[in-house]
Design a protein around this ligand. Sequence first.
Ligand code: GDP
Length: 443
Amino acid sequence: MFDALSDRLEAAWKKLRGQDKISQSNIQDALREVRRALLEADVNLQVVKDFISEVEAKAQGAEVVTGVRPDQQFIKIVHDELVEVMGEENVPIAEAQEKPTIVLMAGLQGTGKTTATAKLALHLRKLDRSCLLVATDVYRPAAIDQLLTLGKQIDVPVFELGSDADPVEIARQGVERARAEGVNTVIIDTAGRLQIDEDMMAELARIKATVQPHETLLVVDAMTGQEAANLTRTFHEQIGITGAILTKMDGDSRGGAALSVRKISGAPIKFVGVGEKVEALQPFYPDRMASRILGMGDVLTLVEKAQEEFDLADAEKMQEKILSAKFDFTDFLKQLRMLKNMGSLGGFIKMIPGMNKLSDDQLKQGETQLKRCEAMINSMTRQERHDPDLLASSPSRRRRIAAGSGYRESDVTKLVGDFQKMRSLMQQMGQGGFPGMPGMFGG
Ligand code: GDP
């Protein structure tokens, strides 16, 4: 759903990739791309501005982490900031100490408010919270029928007084009914209009003042983009919301609404609607959404793992070795094992920006290749590991290793050849950081 956004951001990472650390000048391009990406994703302008300046400040103050490239570090900063803007963690629906918990649903017509009311009831019922739905949209007779039908479908009772009654009175009596029957949560569906309208707001305010809900949830259609910001502001200023449900996230929405809603109201997005069916409701996880917006797999995990795995001193020693041509098979094996410790190669590679497009076949191949390297290195003597040239000049040594590891002599020859090529390449480039192993993944 965030394809265009993630493409933009990927372009930004690429610009940073060749740099050795984050500086004020080298992040300007990346920041501009992030800014453009967010604007194109319909994130509210002010939200974008605040976001960019936060990211800039954090990026400039960031310490250099050994083994983590600046683009990866920058991604993590952008990611963390996205998570922060969208709220720290999934926030459940409040539960009042005294029954019933009262939930008021608000939003424009057609956003999926009535559907969300039923979805929420189904969700709560699965948590063993009994529900009563209340139909207060008396302006569209079909709205009451719609709620009745949905209620039947999920086996949750619906309270209604027909279309002649006063919505405020329906809400009040609905809550009373729930209280009398010991229902856990009463969810009040309200009337929407196609646009924000004073009568609608006034009625909502009256219902709210009368029933004093524990939750007032704004239902926002994710497809509304920029408008989501104004909508949130108006509802929040006039009614006051405690959370939001972002619907139609299954469509190709740009996702900008997710960022704007939280930033503007301070209220968390509690759920996302991902389809027309009553089951199509998911809790909102800001971190997942941020990764998804960035479109780069679980970059965060990558950076954190890299920080854990890379013992600083070790990494520096390794870097020195690589540069001074002392890098041998023992060091290589160490790096292979480190890669293995970081989980499957497939999982690892997919976390690297830009690499998430490798096919599963390619990844499998790489993983097999790593195992093969390890088996062959294990069959080498200490002396051979230390001095790869010994192997280059001795077919009998290579044959012995092939027999010991269960591979062909040609595999050992290739490993030794690739290793030597890699070593000279590394020396030429003089690059440390993440272990790059040209030739080793290619098969
Ligand atoms: P209301 O006027 O706000 O009460 O909106 P409705 O609940 O009647 O929904 C309007 C339309 O959007 C209906 O056709 C729903 O099936 C559809 N809809 C609601 N939520 C979602 C969603 O999460 N995904 C998709 N694809 N459609 C949805």
